[in-house]
Design a protein around this ligand. Structure first.
Ligand SMILES: Cc1cc2nc3c(=O)[nH]c(=O)nc-3n(C[C@H](O)[C@H](O)[C@H](O)COP(=O)(O)OP(=O)(O)OC[C@H]3O[C@@H](n4cnc5c(N)ncnc54)[C@H](O)[C@@H]3O)c2cc1C
Length: 378
């Protein structure tokens, strides 16, 4: 069975720009294009009914990097590149907040803590190191104290005997992932962006001025319709799945497990915490504890990771000890040799914006802006 004449003509053909991937980057790119060119016909093509990537499965940290993560970025990228990535995360967060509004995304300016767990193999940075990071980071944050060592008496709901120290960052926060993605979709649709769900892009061919994109309707009712459509502009925003359409890009899909407990009465921990150089994260979400990550443990099975996540949560946050796990899911991160994202012009009229390095909530809208600006400047 094929797509009908109406489906082809009205829904699929004749777009001035198509974003492949309906996560934060794809939808933000489509929204930006439509805002600059209201007369353009712009669509987002997404294969999942709700959004299959990190954008609907993340932990909702509005973060730009803990001290150990930033030290790692500076080591792998060098000071100048790492600063540019930090700046993009900060501008991306500002753009997200100013575009959608703090209320719509459930933003809380709760700050964040980096906890240096005992026996986890990470050193507590000295006052001198924190002072040096602060001086470097100030070029992007425009604040003298981006990070501050916190005394254990200031920690609420954390067992201080389990950590070597804590570093606070007052500039970070948390948001509601579900509200954020719904607000973004609603805004894009109110600007006339078409979000086409349940359609998988199975192939594409870059031309000189017109590109061809092969679209397949998701299996169901035995339908496997496939059609090639033409468009002059494409933004490929498939993040972790980038290699399916661009096999040579350095983007590796990395599964990440998240657990959420039942509501906990009098939960004392009310903020967000990064641990183990960002490989572990925990937060309060609606008086439940969320914990996720653990890919650095190198454990073989999902069951082992879940047990280790639960054990870590109960050890550091004693209030979670008797709480049931009510939700558990896996999201897919797009990572590579470094945490530098890829915004790349593949051909005239075709840009890839992928490899968010686990901080796409922060950096996503900024990269969407850059990718569309690159297309429009041609
Ligand atoms: C468990 C987890 C926790 C995280 N926590 C945080 C956090 O707290 N803070 C933070 O800043 N970041 C976090 N991240 C990272 C963040 O969620 C991602 O970087 C960000 O959502 C990526 O956005 P995106 O639009 O680039 O990609 P995605 O949201 O992955 O969207 C890509 C979309 O493309 C679709 N797609 C792929 N291939 C095709 C195709 N061929 N045809 C059609 N559609 C296709 C997918 O279904 C998907 O919906 C987390 C990620 C995970 C997995």
């Amino acid at each position: 069975m094929a797509f009908s004449y109406w489906e082809s003509m009205e829904w699929l053909e004749g777009h001035d720009l198509i974003a492949i991937g309906g996560g934060i980057v794809g939808i933000s790119a489509a929204l930006r294009a439509k805002t600059i060119h209201p007369n353009w016909k712009v669509a987002v093509i997404e294969r999942d009914s709700l959004g299959g990537g990190g954008s609907t499965k993340n932990a909702g940290f509005a973060c730009f990097g803990s001290t150990t993560e930033l030290l790692h970025d500076r080591k792998t990228l060098g000071d100048t590149e790492a600063l540019s990535v930090l700046q993009k995360r900060i501008s991306g967060l500002q753009l997200l907040r100013s575009t959608l509004g703090d209320e719509a995304i459930g933003y809380r300016a709760c700050g964040s803590l980096e906890l240096i767990r005992k026996d986890a193999g990470y050193e507590m940075p000295s006052q001198e190191i924190i002072a040096e990071i602060n001086e470097w980071a100030a070029q992007a944050t425009h604040t003298a104290q981006t990070f501050k060592i916190t005394s254990s008496s200031e920690l609420q709901g954390i067992d201080a005997t389990k950590i070597n120290g804590a570093i606070a960052s007052p500039l970070e926060g948390a948001l509601d992932t579900g509200k954020t993605m719904l607000a973004l979709r609603n805004m894009a649709q109110s600007h006339g962006v078409r979000i086409l769900l349940g359609l998988n892009v199975t192939d594409w061919e870059a031309g000189n001025s017109v590109h061809r994109v092969q679209i397949q309707r998701q299996k169901g009712l035995g339908l496997e319709d496939s059609i090639w459509i033409n468009t002059p502009r494409v933004v490929i925003a498939t993040n972790a799945f980038a290699q399916e359409l661009m096999p040579s890009l350095d983007v590796i899909p990395q599964p990440n497990i998240v657990l959420v407990t039942a509501p906990i009465e009098k939960l004392k921990f009310n903020g967000t915490a990064h641990m183990d150089a960002g490989y572990l994260y925990a937060r309060n979400i609606h008086n439940r504890m969320l914990i996720g990550g653990g890919r650095h443990w190198g454990l073989d099975s999902e069951e082992e990771i879940i047990q280790a996540l639960n054990a870590t949560m109960c050890s550091i946050f004693p209030c979670a000890q008797s709480a049931e796990i009510e939700y558990q899911w896996t999201g897919i991160l797009g990572v590579g040799m470094t945490r530098k994202p890829i915004v790349k012009r593949i051909r005239p009229g075709c840009v890839a914006a992928v490899r968010m390095g686990g901080m796409g909530v922060a950096i996503g809208m900024q990269l969407a802006k850059e990718s569309v600006d690159l297309l429009i400047a041609e």
